[in-house]
Design a protein around this ligand. Structure first.
Ligand code: CTP
Length: 401
């Protein structure tokens, strides 16, 4: 899968560095060449000799290595690869990347490179959850850095939670996705997902039962076909997809802003269960029970994001796909919704409680296009997502031809 590809592997100084020895083997098994770079701290965890032996290439670690500068220089070194992988990406390395520091070979290469960068974070759970790390993660996501992991689990420090580096085979799979061409390579696709939360006051909100599972599966399926995916999600219960640009929002109005900022895209898939109304009279302070009267909520209509994008004069995506969550007369309601909103397709599903679809693992949808209604058999949400992603790839391919 990775023949003729070269990975510049930057090994950071964390206990997970030992997994890089296996990562190098797995990458090379698939035909990739690996140019290893180690930070000074990394060589406290694994020896440069082991890394060099497995990579079959010398380890680079010194910014001021005169021989290397004379032969190649750190600028060239940063550009020899098809992909730069930082594993483990420690809290410190992530902070340096987000801040644009360049005070050692690893950080200088990361500043100088013009090739895509992928990081596999690994750190103590509290360090991962620290606002500074989360802020840096968001900055790196915005810079187009791909992220694989971290996973939940027991940590070397004795704690439990997110912070374990992704396993070597997971990193290899992400590298393969990043380096191989699919039918959607070069396409930018937007996916909205999850519920929205509409505040009543600072502690209360109105929400719905969407888990975000179907939207997440769609983002993953589009990513697997090679698309660059912008994933705008409300506060969903399921884990965020990896290898896509994640934009977290809370309200419908914030989702609209994020969607507009993500344009232009080749296709938009609007799987979010957006609240139709927000509380117009939301209170800035907590509404107290003993205020002497029952609170009265007044509602205002939220922007219809799908409709707005589908009806754009300039910058309308070539393909706009909406969803219709219905509890009765699914095809008739969804067909009318397609006309009303002006989108190209509607993926309709029956969300009556007895179907178990909302919040469940399976979905049974009817695809409504200009050609009519097509019922797909009930299947896992992942399978529905893959079928939809393939249809999107076909449609965009046809639109181009
Ligand atoms: N949608 C949206 N913005 C909204 C409401 C809905 O983008 N404010 C999108 C959803 O993501 C979905 C589609 O519109 O793709 C249909 O959502 P649905 O709730 O089924 O339709 P509504 O327009 O709300 O119609 P109704 O609730 O009357 O069925």
């Amino acid at each position: 899968m990775l023949a003729d590809k070269r990975v510049l592997l930057i090994i950071g100084g964390g206990i997970a560095a030992y997994k890089c020895l296996d990562l190098i083997r797995r990458l090379r098994e698939r035909g990739a060449a690996v140019t290893p770079v180690m930070t000074r701290a990394a060589s406290q965890f694994v020896t440069p000799l082991s890394v060099a032996a497995l990579a079959g290439e010398a380890v680079h670690s010194d910014l001021f290595d005169l021989t290397a500068e004379a032969e190649m220089g750190h600028i060239q070194l940063s550009r020899v690869a098809d992909l730069v992988v930082v594993a483990p990406a420690t809290a410190d390395l992530m902070a340096k990347m987000a801040g644009g520091h360049a005070d050692d070979l690893a950080s200088t290469l990361l500043m100088a490179t013009d090739t895509p960068v992928m990081i596999a974070p690994a750190m103590n759970v509290r360090m991962w959850e620290h606002p500074a790390s989360q802020r840096n993660l968001a900055v790196l996501g915005g810079d187009g850095v791909a992220v694989v992991g971290p996973n939940d689990g027991d940590m070397a420090c004795g704690e439990y939670g997110p912070g374990r580096m992704a396993e070597p085979l997971e990193i290899v799979a992400a590298v393969e996705r990043a380096l191989t061409r699919g039918p959607l390579t070069g396409r930018r696709v937007l996916v909205t997902s999850g519920p929205t939360h509409e505040p009543i006051d600072p502690v209360r909100y109105i929400a719905n039962r969407s888990s975000g599972a179907q939207g997440t599966a769609i983002a993953e399926a589009l990513r697997d076909l090679g698309a660059e995916v912008v994933f705008v999600t409300g506060p969903a219960a399921v884990a965020r997809p990896q290898g896509v640009q994640v934009v977290e929002v809370e309200t419908a109005c914030a989702m609209r802003e994020a969607v507009m900022a993500a344009l232009p895209v080749d296709a938009g898939v609007f799987a979010a269960a957006v609240a139709d109304w927000r509380v117009a009279t939301a209170s800035a302070s907590k509404i107290k029970k003993d205020s002497g009267r029952l609170p009265v909520l007044e509602f205002a209509e939220n922007p219809d994001i799908l409709r707005e994008v589908a009806q754009l004069d300039a910058g309308r995506p070539a393909l706009v796909v909406g969803f219709a969550a219905e509890t009765d007369d699914v095809v008739a309601h969804a067909t009318a919704k397609r006309d009303r909103k002006g989108c190209d397709w509607i993926v309709a599903n029956d969300v009556s409680p007895e179907t178990g679809i909302m919040g469940g693992t399976e979905n049974a949808v009817v695809l409504i296009t200009a050609d009519g209604a097509e019922a797909w058999p009930r299947a896992a949400k992942g399978a529905v997502a893959r079928r939809l992603a393939e249809r999107i790839a076909q449609a965009l391919g046809r639109a181009e031809a």
